[in-house]
Design a protein around this ligand. Structure first.
Ligand SMILES: Cc1ncc(COP(=O)(O)O)c(C=O)c1O
Length: 484
């Protein structure tokens, strides 16, 4: 009998210890799920302003989701108009109650559906665009230049010409060559173009974006702008990231921006009209996946819960942000107060949109689980690779829940995994499932991968209107040419 355990025994001990830690984590998560109001490992449908009708089907905007799937086919995006409007008004209202002038710019890239964007413009939003195409789209949608903000690290010369030609409200400049190009276009038209500087603070995204305040880069940009004919330095812009739920990070960045605004005043005599704090606000029902979620799922457990209360409400955000701004500005004197711009993308559109998918086939999975093959894959659900989203059994909302399901797409690709672990009722071919919070970064990230892209309907008061037709096979190859 050896005194020391052999390699195999050490491995087995390690594995047992690892499984004990993972099991303990799972039990802790389960207790948290109960406390958070989860039923059957699932958040309540009411969190998305959806409901369950007498047929036991998920209802969105008063429309039976199973009827929508039947009438329009799947995969199908359903925009809940009332929820979209409510999320916009809540966010805007929260800030507008605390500050004299507040503008929300609709982030085109978050959800570039013209039907959704137009709805938000009708509520008073400006357009926040980051490419020539988006600028073109804003103009097509009837937005005057005075309600368009142009951001992004790679503005082409043609797009700058178009932007200056339309006398945009604000072009947030990212680099020195943009300063010179915008100035040249403005001079050619004999016009003064209002510009901002995208700055980088000690927190949030930096990478290829913006100009560091700490290194002096931002001040050098400001000097260059002030010295250029045709430009007026009107604002500062930040965008810290996406899906952020940590208020102190925001406040830290905003403080640094305000201090920098004071430097601009004292060094260059510049008074800013706009402070643009970008987007990035998280939503209650989505959580970025972490290492624990991956580990739990790989070992046959559900990922950790989504805690909706972990996301600061718009009111909490607004009070904290404007409270901080009052240290620098007096909103009692609106003339001396900058207009605040926010560019919330996902906070407005995420929870208002659901992706309906149909079950094509069911197969037995490991340890009694079931593999579900759906008619939409990773090509149209990219965010499921890095975020946790709720999945509801749209056609079986009142059925008893069974065991673990793994959800796959139809792509004939080993990476076509939508959700690795989900308890659901025992689904059959033809059943419909709903991927919740499909309104941010699903549409802009979608690709064909051998399939047409989905149709989109807007549901309101029991009626659904098509706002984007399903792509046809012809559409996919329309720009191709056969050459001999
Ligand atoms: C400049 C800018 N503004 C706004 C947004 C919208 O961000 P979110 O959807 O996280 O609010 C983005 C997204 O990356 C962005 O880059």
């Amino acid at each position: 009998m050896p005194l020391l355990p052999g390699v195999l025994e050490v491995r087995a001990l390690r594995q047992t210890a690892k499984m004990a830690v993972i099991g303990a984590r799972h039990r802790k998560n389960d207790t948290r799920r109960q406390a958070l109001g989860y039923r059957n490992d699932t958040l309540p449908a009411a969190l998305w302003n959806t409901s369950v009708n007498d047929a036991g089907h998920l209802e969105i905007g008063g429309c039976d989701s199973v009827h929508l799937a039947r009438d329009f086919g799947t995969p199908l995006h359903v925009v809940n108009k009332d929820r979209l409007v409510a999320d916009f008004e809540r966010f805007h209202g929260a800030f507008a109650r605390c500050w004299p002038e507040v503008i929300l710019g609709t982030s085109y890239k978050t959800n570039p559906l013209p039907g959704v964007i137009r709805q938000l413009h009708q509520l008073g939003s400006w357009a926040e665009v980051i490419s020539h195409f988006e600028l073109w789209l804003a103009i097509q949608l009837g937005m005057p230049g005075a309600r368009i903000i142009y951001n992004g690290p790679g503005k082409t010369r043609e797009s700058i010409r178009l932007a200056v030609g339309h006398d945009l409200a604000l072009i947030n400049l990212d680099n020195a060559s943009e300063v010179d190009q915008v100035a040249a276009e403005a001079q050619a038209l004999g016009r003064i173009q209002k510009v901002g500087i995208r700055v980088v603070t000690s927190v949030g995204w930096s990478g290829q974006f913006g100009n560091s305040i700490a290194s002096g880069e931002a001040l050098a940009m400001a000097r260059r702008i002030v010295a250029s004919d045709g430009l007026s330095l009107a604002g500062l812009h930040i965008h810290l990231g996406t899906g952020l739920k940590h208020l102190p990070t925001y406040l830290q960045a905003i403080r640094e921006v305000c201090v920098f605004a004071q430097t601009l005043q004292s060094e260059l005599g510049v008074t800013l009209s706009y402070l643009d704090f970008g987007g990035g606000f998280g939503v209650p029902t989505v959580r970025p996946m972490d290492e624990w979620d991956q580990r739990l799922q790989a070992n046959g457990y559900p990922p950790g819960p989504i805690d909706p209360s972990a996301n600061p409400t718009p009111e909490t955000f607004a009070q904290a942000v404007t409270g901080l701004l009052r240290e620098f500005y007096d909103p009692g004197h609106p003339g001396n107060c900058p207009t605040l711009i926010f560019e919330p993308g996902r906070a407005i559109t995420s929870s208002a949109q659901t992706l309906l998918l149909s079950v094509i086939a069911i197969k037995p999975g490991p340890n009694g689980s079931r593999k579900v093959i759906l008619d939409g894959g990773k090509n149209i659900t990219i965010p499921l690779g890095y975020e946790l989203h709720e999945v509801l059994p749209a056609s079986k909302m009142n059925s008893p829940y069974g065991g673990q399901h793994q959800l796959y797409g139809p792509l004939c690709h080993p990476g076509d995994i939508l959700v690795l672990w989900k308890r659901l009722p025992d689904l059959e071919p033809g059943d419909v499932v709903a991927i919740m919070d499909a309104g941010a970064y699903f549409i802009p990230n979608q690709m064909n991968f051998s399939n047409p892209r989905p149709a989109v309907v807007m549901a309101h008061d029991g009626t659904a209107e098509l706002i984007r037709a399903r792509e046809q096979f012809d559409d996919i190859v329309r720009l191709d040419q056969l050459v001999d």
